[in-house]
Design a protein around this ligand. Structure first.
Ligand code: ACM
Length: 547
């Protein structure tokens, strides 16, 4: 209906319309002032209408907009009624009103997403309709890897707007990796002085012979992070920071060589990594490393306050793809292993993760990590991002841990979206718009009781082969629109989903993305400037990513 994406739960269409005009007022009742400010700002920009502040709901007077809390509705639930008295958006909380306001903007059409009016006479109308809507999942996430390629702050803010337009509410911010450290930490300034840039970058996937022979880097200052967290909160989005341990840490080791396994390699010779794959240079399991990262996390907790939004107690500690070669060869690591009475290096990794699990729990936080953290047992409050398929999530849910489903086989948006030869730097599985539309986050194997541990789902955007925001746009859209509908709407079983009907709504949604300036992949394939002829990807169907 009307190109609404994600599809609402219940829609009853009427026969007239509410026209917003220069007389129209907007009244935001107590508790919805923030949403009112957001809605007035975006609609003023796009329409040029003043949308003056009404003083009471009746001021909406047939051509205005009212926003109100309704305690009868659930969190994030909203009701939008457009009729002869105007448009009224009510929500169970401010987040619900905000998602309703997003729906209102969608009704106004693609030009309502522009930053300035087009200067033509036009009618801004919301059809008479009653919508009752609420999300299927509490956690509707997008992970952006700003470590492999830095995304400047304004682009991060833009992605928060794009998430909000799709009713996504968790931004997983992948801030550290072998190829870059992107967050200012005052007590360890070399993390950004040294760790935030590299001299050159592999162009293409690992096997590509090409190099981008220029420095690449960037980081967010503490005030940038505060701004991002606040901007997200205004859009009812939680930012979950990821600080990766004990693998994916070469940028940190390059900055502070004592963090590495100094009895195995000369860590002073390491630089921020300039190519891709699983890296053998991992953190040393020493007290010095623990204290260093406790210090990092103390500053991280200050920047990401637990009370900011529903999932903001979570801190992601990575925990994936930690190569054990150096720990096997390190006398220091082996001594630690014996001292702790551990069976092997896998147990040493669990010890590492459990240390920070306890440390975060003691500070009222919750640890979340990639599914490798399941090995060795976790504190009850810890949660798991299930990326190597569904299996980790199933194990975690059965063990009573909360799970975010983000299997690489389905929702890794770095993977190519078509099997044709024109896809830029194609990697991993072919996952089309339709494949993403047919993704089911809750595995059939789980009982209803176990399935309650599936907090929700997340699409992940790894940026090894995305050198700038245009490449990120291309990989992320339009598939994020299909993902948003999977995360928000109550769709039938995958085989029964009406993809043709979704595609019809997409014809309007492509115009919304155009108005927002998103460089998506057109249904007919990449535009000439979206191709990367001759740049090698990893066209091995079925192989794991990041390898
Ligand atoms: C991952 O893709 N290594 C979490």
């Amino acid at each position: 209906m009307n190109g609404l994406i994600p599809a609402p739960r219940n829609v009853v269409a009427g026969s007239g319309e509410v026209r917003l005009t220069a007389r129209s007022q907007l009244y935001a009742c107590t508790g919805t002032e923030g949403v009112g400010h957001w809605l007035r700002t975006v609609l003023r920009e796009a329409t040029g209408l003043p949308l003056r502040e009404g003083r009471e709901l009746d001021d909406t007077d047939g051509d205005g907009v009212g926003l109100r809390l309704d305690p009868e509705l659930g969190p994030e639930e909203y009701r939008l009624v457009s009729d002869w008295s105007g448009v009224l958006v009510e929500g169970g909380n401010a987040a619900g009103v905000f998602w309703g306001a997003q729906t209102l903007r969608q009704f106004l059409g693609p030009d309502a997403y522009r930053r300035a009016p087009l200067g033509r006479d036009r009618i801004w109308a919301v059809p008479h309709v009653t919508i009752e809507d609420s999300p299927r999942f509490l956690w509707r996430g997008l992970m952006l890897d700003v470590a492999r390629h830095f995304l400047p702050k304004d682009q991060v803010l833009r992605y928060l707007d794009l998430m909000a337009a799709h009713k996504l509410n968790v931004f997983h911010f992948h801030l550290t990796d072998d190829q870059g450290w992107r967050i200012e930490i005052e007590r360890h300034p070399r993390l950004t002085e040294v760790g935030s840039w590299r001299a050159r970058t592999k162009f293409g996937h690992r096997a590509s012979p090409l190099w981008e022979e220029k420095p690449h880097g960037g980081y967010y200052t503490k005030d940038d992070i505060r701004e991002i967290v606040a901007y997200a909160a205004e859009r009812h989005i939680t930012v979950v920071p990821e600080i990766d341990i004990p693998g994916h840490s070469q940028a940190a080791i390059a900055a502070y060589p004592e963090l590495g396994n100094t009895d195995v390699i000369d860590t002073t010779s390491l630089t921020v990594w300039d190519t891709w794959g699983i890296n053998k240079n991992v953190l040393a399991p020493t007290d010095n490393t623990l204290r260093f990262y406790e210090g990092v996390l103390e500053e991280v907790l200050e920047l990401f306050p637990a009370e900011a939004a529903p999932f903001s107690a979570f801190v992601h500690i990575g925990g994936d793809e930690c190569a054990k070669d150096q720990w096997k060869a390190s006398a220091t690591a082996q001594a630690r292993l014996r001292e702790l009475g551990l069976a092997d290096e896998d147990a040493l990794q669990s010890w590492f993760v459990r240390h920070f699990d306890n440390w975060l729990t003691a500070r009222g936080r919750r640890l979340i990590g990639w599914d490798e953290i399941l090995q060795g047992g976790l504190a009850p409050g810890a949660a798991v991002s299930s990326w190597r398929g569904y299996a980790g999530g199933i194990t975690a849910a059965r063990a009573g841990h909360d799970v975010v489903m983000c299997p690489e086989q389905q929702v890794y948006l770095d993977h190519r979206q078509d099997g044709g030869p024109d896809e830029p730097v194609p990697i991993g599985y072919v996952r089309t718009l339709e494949d993403v539309y047919r993704f089911e986050p809750v595995p059939r194997e789980l009982t209803p009781e176990e399935a309650r541990h599936v907090l929700g789902t997340q699409a992940n955007v790894w940026t090894e082969v995305m050198e700038d925001h245009a490449r990120v746009d291309y990989q992320t859209f339009p598939r994020l629109a299909a993902f948003a509908e999977v995360a928000w709407s109550r769709l039938p079983a995958p085989a029964e989903r009406d993809f043709a009907e979704f595609e019809r709504r997409m014809t309007v949604h492509y115009r919304v993305l155009d108005a927002l300036g998103v460089g998506y992949r057109p249904p007919s394939g990449p535009r000439p400037w979206q191709r990367r002829p001759g740049v090698l990807g990893r066209p091995i169907e079925g192989a794991p990513p990041n390898v």
